[in-house]
Structures are given as C-alpha cells and as structure tokens.
Design a protein around this ligand. Structure first.
Ligand SMILES: [Zn+2]
Length: 196
C-alpha cells in the first residue's frame, strides 16, 4: 500500500525505464477524483482496449464514452510501444473486483480465482490500456509487450513492489477476459527479470 506517486514522478519513472512517452492534453489533471478515492495504491492493472487504430484508441481512452466517462486508464500502450498519458488520478479502468484478489496483491501472494465484484479497483490500481482487438488473433508486437513490461516494472520499482503487484483485468473482475493473447504469468516473469 502506498500513496500515489505524483504525476511528475509517474512520467519520470516511465522515462527512466526507457519508455517513449507521449503526453496527451492536460493529462496531469484529467481524472475522476471528484467521484471517489484515488489511493492508496496497491498495484498495476493491464488491459486490452478491444479497438484498432492508435489515434482513435488513445482518444477513446482519454474521453471515454456515453456510459463510461474518461479517463479509462493512465497510459495507453499502442502497438508501436509508445505510452500515451491520457489521465492521472482516479480513472475508470478497474471497476469492481474481488477483495480476496486485492488482499493477495497487497501480500504479493498467488492470486485466488476472482469470483466476487465487491471492491473498488479504480482507487487501488494504476491502469494501462493496450491497443489490441482482444480476439486472440490480433498480434501483440514485441515492442508493445516490451513496453508493457517496462511500464509495469517502472511503477513496481518506484514503490518497491514485486511482479506480483501486477495483474490483468481478467484476474480482478469476474467476466473480464483482458488482456487476451499473452498470459499474465508470462508477463509477470518478464517483469520479475527486469526488476532483478
Ligand atoms: Zn479491462
């Protein structure tokens, strides 16, 4: 459990991890903090967008849509491996998830199966949306997977967390399938190796 890093610390951590970062509009102050809590932070959540086209993907993640106002994450990781910062603070990405999973993330232990949606995740997780159709066929370019690894590692490094603080949306909320096309176990392995 940790207080959220400042927006300046956030972007610095990403750049220090070797990422190419794109600042979108007034991302530092675009958030949902007027709706609920932001922090304490316990982990990092990875998503796929179920969209294609980088420009439109970044736009929807910043603006949201009629039923779900933006921002829909903090960083959008496009297929070219760039991280587009669209918001900072509470964002509509994690929704309600399983309190048993949150306890496991906090303890950095193996995750139980998510079978409850009883806990606000938007206050607890940094969120990265990754450009992919999420149909199992749309490829995940090496540059994009490496950017996911670096972004998650950057945050873990800042907070002193291990790879076990990084989860997929599908491990948090019953019914979610994202990210689809790689396993979170494989991604956690990469993050663990990067943090050594
Ligand atoms: Zn998701």
């Amino acid at each position: 459990m940790a207080p959220p890093m400042s927006a300046s610390s956030f972007i610095k951590a990403l750049k220090d991890e070797g990422l190419t970062v794109v600042e979108v509009g007034d991302w530092r102050h675009h958030n949902r903090n007027h709706i609920g809590d932001w922090g304490p932070l316990n982990g990092v959540m990875i998503h796929h967008t179920a969209t294609s086209g980088s420009a439109s993907t970044v736009r929807v993640c910043r603006d949201g849509h009629a039923n779900l106002p933006g921002p829909l994450c903090h960083g959008v990781i496009t297929k070219d491996g760039r991280v587009h910062l669209v918001g900072y603070g509470r964002a509509n990405h994690a929704g309600l998830g399983d309190d048993d999973v949150l306890r496991a993330v906090i303890a950095e232990k193996a995750l139980p199966h998510d079978n409850e949606a009883n806990t606000d995740g938007n206050s607890r997780f940094y969120g990265f949306e990754c450009e992919n159709l999420g149909n199992g066929d749309d490829p995940w370019p090496a540059a994009q997977l490496e950017a996911i690894e670096r972004a998650a590692a950057a945050i873990c490094r800042h907070h002193g967390w291990t790879e076990r603080s990084v989860i997929g949306h599908l491990e948090w909320q019953p019914g979610k399938v994202d990210p689809k096309g790689f396993t979170m176990a494989s991604m956690r392995g990469r993050i663990r190796d990067r943090l050594k």
